[in-house]
Design a protein around this ligand. Structure first.
Ligand code: ZN
Length: 303
């Protein structure tokens, strides 16, 4: 079992654990620390090889981090290519739990677990945000179990239901902002994309920024949304639910032709759309009728 590289509280006895004085454990998509004393009864000193290793590792990570830190902001990350889900980038979304709150722009990032470099940057940025908040807004005390905004797409949500199939093999982060993000294509970063080119299922690189919060005594680390650079189109996701589930039977009414199954081959007829930034032609991804409104963006599917 690995020693802890970051300090924190022991989840058994609650004592503060300096780097190397405890064991690091993966827990619910995040991590937690058990002090060596709780784990084995041993009392460590600064001469312990594990403590020396942790101090050295932390120092080298800080040095490495200086070279990869985005815009020199320790809490900011530019992701690699991720798939976007629950896209609310064109219009802000009203919070159903608090309709009086300012509507926010938001997007869920599906980060391939194979992108270990970005995951390390995210972990370090969350740690930087927590360290900052500890001194500034948490009165020097970290939450014993710190809520963090990154989740394991292979696991289950807080309510116990599994994540959708599009989350398999991914880390899942939802980022939001009151400010409208700029959404551009990597082929032209100076021109904002049209609403119909922004949808759940497309791929992009995204700037995000982690911050500590203290809301009515609830403390944790959240994820703010910066800007979005589309890298390529992808099979459309209807907000995480499959289009087949959302549109099952829709095309059956009034003698209309049946809606093709999600992912099924599309007829070589109207409904083709052109992606101005790529010159690529893609089949109508949802099999929707011309003029239909995308429930996620509130915009027509086809401009
Ligand atoms: Zn302990």
């Amino acid at each position: 079992m690995a020693r802890n590289k970051y300090p924190g509280y022991c989840y058994c006895c609650g004592s503060w654990v300096e780097p190397g004085y405890g064991h690091f454990e993966r827990h619910n998509g995040g991590w937690r620390i058990k002090c060596v004393k709780c784990a084995s009864g041993r009392v460590l000193t600064e001469d312990d090889p594990g403590v020396k290793w942790a101090r050295k590792t932390v120092q080298s990570e800080i040095e490495r981090r200086k070279t990869v830190m985005y815009n020199n902001v320790p809490t900011k990350v530019l992701t690699g290519e991720v798939r976007l889900s629950y896209v609310n980038l064109v219009q802000p979304r009203v919070n159903n739990n608090d309709p009086t709150a300012t509507p926010k722009y938001s997007v869920t990032l599906l980060i391939p677990k194979t992108d270990t470099a970005v995951k390390q940057n995210i972990d370090a940025s969350i740690e930087a945000a927590a360290a900052d908040a500890q001194g500034k807004i948490w009165n020097g005390v970290r939450p014993p179990v710190m809520p963090i905004p990154i989740h394991d797409g292979d696991g289950v949500r807080e309510n116990g239901t599994p994540y959708g199939p599009e989350c398999k093999g991914c880390w899942v982060i939802t980022a939001s902002s009151k400010n409208k993000p700029q959404v551009v294509h990597q082929s032209d970063i100076n021109t904002e994309l049209l609403p119909q080119d922004i949808y759940s299922g497309m791929y992009a690189r995204v700037t995000i920024n982690f911050f500590g919060y203290n809301r009515a005594g609830k403390r944790g680390v959240g994820c703010g949304l910066g800007n979005v650079m589309k890298t390529r189109d992808g099979e459309a996701l209807a907000g995480g639910a499959s289009a087949a589930a959302d549109f099952a039977g829709v095309g059956m009414e009034a003698g209309a032709p049946a809606t093709p199954a999600y992912g099924a081959a599309m007829p070589a007829t109207p409904g083709h759309m052109t992606y101005p930034n790529t010159g690529m032609q893609q089949p109508n991804p949802l099999g929707v009728q011309p003029g239909a409104i995308n429930p996620l963006t509130g915009q027509p599917y086809f401009g």
